[in-house]
Write a protein of this length. Structure first.
Length: 121
């Protein structure tokens, strides 16, 4: 058997099916990434991307207190952020910058102004 583009495509489909089952077993999301093969058709490589579900306390607190805000996009100083949590005492939101996943605290009033809401903030 020689490894070529068609073979790599079929391998990816089969690997993704197996990785879904493996991920469910361990509570993870596992997907194939980029793939490559050598010109001789003897070696194939795939990267595998594994992500752990975010069950952090700040996210759970946000889900309980402001469920509609989870994942909402806001813009601060020209950068885009997603609302991803609530601080432990509920004094500020946690916003994750989209470009690098860095997390910041954002005041309630800023989020309310951005989202055009006044749900008791």
């Amino acid at each position: 058997m020689e490894i070529d583009r068609n073979c790599m495509g079929q391998l990816r489909i089969d690997l993704d099916k197996m990785l879904v089952e493996l991920g469910q077993k361990h509570g993870l999301t596992i997907k194939t990434g980029n793939g490559s093969w050598d010109m001789g058709g003897q070696t194939a490589k795939y990267t595998v991307n594994i992500s752990v579900p975010d069950t952090s306390p700040d996210k759970e607190l946000l889900k309980r207190r402001y469920p509609d805000y989870l994942g909402k996009k806001i813009t601060l100083q020209g950068e885009s952020y997603l609302i991803s949590g609530l601080s432990p005492r509920g004094t500020s939101f946690i916003a994750t910058r989209i470009t690098d996943s860095k997390r910041y605290r954002v005041k309630h009033s800023v989020v309310a102004r951005q989202l055009g809401a006044n749900n008791g903030l």
